[in-house]
Design a protein. Structure first.
Length: 290
């Protein structure tokens, strides 16, 4: 599977993010084959008709839709070329976290690394246009960089991402409050980095130096799900990826993910998805699992 890499030379400045008009990258969003990228993408569709298969789920793409994609998520676009009008914001995780001097910034945004809720929101025409105007201001600073451009880009980007986070929370009925600590975000970050090696809540609690009860309380307050639910959902996502893309048997996947027995993996998968691994693969191959 092809992975499209972030092109630093396109930025022209030290700020490693970019704003791309649909006309510049339309070919990428017309690809019929599956691919991944190494960046975060926020795609603002003014006009569009078609769909996106992301994480084995189908997202209908219509006018005034904003889509959120995290690095290395498998996607396949099927958009009609006629009338297609969109703008894309792209950036890499390390850059953004450094840019805002917050190593957990991308994990604070509810729409990234999200497995429980749809990876899009709908906006009004006016709301979508306002976001695109902000993107064009950012683009202008990237193209015609001045001594204070970095500060302007930082303020505009911060405003835009947090505004989208608020709208995402509102549309998907998620809590949005200032946490008393960072445990929930740290847990989310550790899941991304260690899900292949750690499948027990106690391991993550120990890594954070807190109790399981404290971790669960923090996750519940911030994401409205239990820590165990987040871990299981992330683990099932990893299993699906390996089943579909790695050409491994269930036994090989169980070994790779440190399950003591393949049966334990199969029981977890059935409990979380309602399907056996065989049923999931059959549905995926028939185009019905999304």
């Amino acid at each position: 599977m092809k992975t499209l890499l972030f092109d630093k030379t396109q930025c022209g400045v030290s700020i490693l993010l970019n704003v791309l008009l649909g006309t510049e990258v339309q070919e990428r969003y017309s690809l019929l084959q599956q691919f991944t990228t190494d960046v975060f993408e926020v795609i603002f569709f003014k006009q569009a008709k078609g769909y996106l298969v992301l994480n084995e789920r189908t997202i209908s793409i219509t006018n005034n839709t904003v889509v959120f994609i995290s690095p290395f998520q498998k996607r396949q676009w099927k958009l009609e070329a006629d009338g297609l009008d969109f703008t894309v914001l792209i950036f890499q995780e390390d850059f953004l976290n450094d840019f805002f001097a917050d190593k957990l910034f991308t994990y604070r945004l509810l729409y990234f690394y999200q497995l429980d809720h749809p990876l899009y929101i709908s906006q009004t025409s006016a709301g979508l246009q306002k976001a695109c105007d902000t993107l064009q201001e950012i683009k202008a600073e990237l193209v015609n960089s001045k001594p204070d451009s970095e500060h302007l880009v930082r303020s505009l980007l911060y405003y835009l991402l947090l505004k989208l986070n608020r709208e995402y929370a509102q549309q998907h009925l998620l809590p949005l409050q200032k946490p008393g600590n960072n445990y929930a975000y740290q847990f989310k970050r550790l899941l991304e980095k260690h899900i292949g090696q750690k499948q027990r809540i106690n391991e993550y609690a120990a890594a954070l130096g807190i109790s399981r009860i404290t971790l669960n309380k923090a996750v519940k307050a911030q994401f409205n799900v239990t820590a165990a639910h987040m871990l299981k959902q992330r683990l099932v996502y990893e299993i699906k990826n390996l089943l579909v893309y790695a050409n491994l048997s269930v036994a090989e996947i169980a070994h790779q993910l440190n399950f003591s027995e393949p049966n334990h993996l199969m029981r977890l998968f059935k409990a979380q998805t309602g399907q056996t691994t065989t049923e999931f693969l059959a549905g995926y191959q028939n185009g019905s699992s999304a």
